[in-house]
Write a protein that binds this ligand. Structure first.
Ligand code: ARG
Length: 276
């Protein structure tokens, strides 16, 4: 009897293992895409990397006396999370670390006014584009008549955020200037105010927000060439099929009903209020 029971037990075990084996096979033949979307929904949390130094897209603000990450990107993510039925968890870091965190799997997605460049597309998937500001040069008002074209910045220190496409823009379009790379945008603004850099390359919407808070600064009348792949998109791991489809659906809805523009306008106001 004992022997029979133990044989029966072994038989059952083998059967369960076989069943598991089948499951495992079915699981592994599923595409990785389905897994990331399913995993996020099952966890109930969307982990997002950002660099909250970039008003009006992501910045720190006091909301009811508490420090919070706010911005147009944050509003966009809130809508996306609502559509996915999950909570959001932010990891705030220097811009230079944002795509690395995504690559290392520390987060599910990254949003940070990230330009979906062809080079970045080699390593990451990107959502549809949701915003496309031109590139501008910021200078001190007192130099309004000094820095009037690209040539006038020859031999001068020009700032750009570390890891941003603005670094490449300085290299390509201001080859005779000295590029100064700084990790955070507010520190670039300080350097410009202090005169350790003479000019700073930023995207227009961001430049205007920081100029409002720093009335001694202004947009220079210097034309930079924008390339087509500078528009903002959410970065995802490569082959994010189903997750990308869902994200694109949410973003397209926000674009179509004008909400992205609303988010930007609302957060320009919010950033301005913080400065007052
Ligand atoms: N659009 C530029 C880029 O992708 C700058 C983005 C900087 N974002 C930020 N949150 N600091 O390189």
């Amino acid at each position: 009897m004992k022997k029979f029971l133990s044989l029966l037990a072994t038989g059952l075990m083998v059967m369960t293992m076989a069943a598991c084996g089948n499951d495992a096979k079915a699981e592994s033949s599923k595409t990785t895409e389905q897994d990331s979307l399913t995993a996020i929904k099952e966890a109930g949390v969307l982990k997002v990397a950002t660099s909250a130094d970039f008003a009006p897209f992501e910045f720190h603000a006091l909301v009811d006396g508490k420090d919070k990450i706010v911005g147009a990107d944050v509003d966009l993510i809130a809508e996306l999370a609502k559509d996915l039925g999950v909570e959001v968890e932010y990891m705030d870091m220097e811009f230079n670390a944002v795509l690395t965190a995504l690559q290392q799997g520390k987060v599910d997605i990254a949003i940070s006014g990230i330009s979906a460049t062809l080079e970045r597309q080699e390593s990451f998937d990107f959502s549809v584009n949701y915003y496309n500001p031109p590139q501008v040069v910021v200078i001190n008002k007192k130099n309004a008549d000094v820095y009037t074209d690209l040539a006038s910045l020859k031999g001068k220190n020009v700032g750009a955020q570390k890891g941003s496409i603005q670094e490449d823009i300085v290299t390509a379009q201001l080859p005779d200037s000295t590029k100064v790379s700084v990790p955070k945008v507010p520190n670039l603004i300080v350097e410009l105010n202090q005169g350790s850099i003479e000019a700073l390359v930023l995207e227009k919407t961001i430049a205007e927000s920081y100029i409002y808070q720093n009335p001694d600064l202004m947009l220079a009348e210097i034309e930079l060439t924008s390339s087509e792949d500078e528009a903002y998109a959410i970065a995802l791991p490569k082959d994010s099929g189903d997750l990308k489809t869902e994200i694109d659906k949410s973003i397209q809805k926000l674009i179509d009903n004008g909400q992205i523009e609303e988010f930007v306008d609302k957060n320009i106001q919010l950033a301005n209020q913080q400065a007052e």
